[in-house]
Design a protein around this ligand. Structure first.
Ligand SMILES: [Zn+2]
Length: 250
């Protein structure tokens, strides 16, 4: 049912300056999916919104729109989690951008998905608290869960090309066939999947993102997990998030 005023919890994805004195805020809402909402007077020094419309903030919003297809205006904001420590730490900031960017790039506007909403809001809350050097594990768990909610959760025991049963030692993948493929089906551009990577992917499936705090692994396994995730994004969306370019320092 259409209503001029709507209440929803939402995550601020980003904020874009638009004309004189107002910004367009890109929100990922729990009830309505991604929406754009205008906020008037946000650039005034004594804006009534203060810092509530900064990226990574999770709040309860009161939004108004005149008709069903007109733009929302932000009427009121009640902050739930500021997640301040993400913007104060450069590495966390890059990871935070890498959590948000797939939602900006790959989620359809206006398509509500509570599982996806919970995933991003939980990930931001955990990122806010976690020690910096664990944040790359959090991102990797997030990416695997994000791909799975978006419809990519492969059967890791069967070759996608020929259907043969796979054992851990001979798994490969590429952005064309996806994941996993067997030794006989691999091509020159295929990436080998380590046993540790397969175990991590299985483990992520049944564990909450808060467990990223407890993850430890060797650098080669982490590098392999990141390259498998990269191939999965390329396979599924033909594109990968730009924020990853700055992740190199992990
Ligand atoms: Zn095969």
């Amino acid at each position: 049912m259409y209503s001029r005023y709507v209440k929803t919890e939402a995550i601020v994805l980003n904020s874009v300056q638009f004309g004189e004195g107002h910004n367009i805020i890109n929100l990922f809402t729990e009830s309505y999916g991604k929406v754009e909402a205008s906020a008037f007077g946000v650039r005034k020094t004594k804006s009534r919104f203060g810092s509530t419309l900064e990226p990574f903030t999770i709040s309860h919003f009161l939004l108004y729109h005149k008709s069903e297809d007109s733009l929302f205006t932000i009427k009121d904001v009640n902050v739930h989690s500021h997640n301040n420590s993400i913007s104060e730490d450069f590495q966390k900031f890059i990871v935070g951008n890498s959590l948000i960017e797939p939602v900006i790039l790959f989620v359809e506007k206006g398509q509500a998905d509570r599982n996806l909403y919970r995933l991003l809001s939980d990930a931001l809350k955990v990122l806010n608290e976690i020690i910096t050097n664990k944040s790359i594990y959090l991102l990797s768990m997030y990416d695997i869960k994000f791909l799975s909610i978006m419809g990519y959760s492969p059967n890791i025991s069967m070759c996608k090309k020929c259907g043969d049963h796979l054992n851990d030692k001979e798994s490969y993948m590429d952005h064309y066939y996806g994941f996993p493929i067997c030794e006989r089906c691999k091509t020159g551009s295929s990436v080998q999947i380590y046993t540790g990577t397969l175990r991590f992917i299985e483990w992520v499936d049944t564990n909450s993102i808060a467990y990223s705090k407890k993850v430890t692994m060797e650098k080669p396994t982490l590098d392999n997990i990141r390259s498998v995730i990269e191939q999965l994004y390329l396979h599924t969306f033909h594109k990968k998030p730009q924020s990853w370019k700055q992740l190199n320092s992990y």
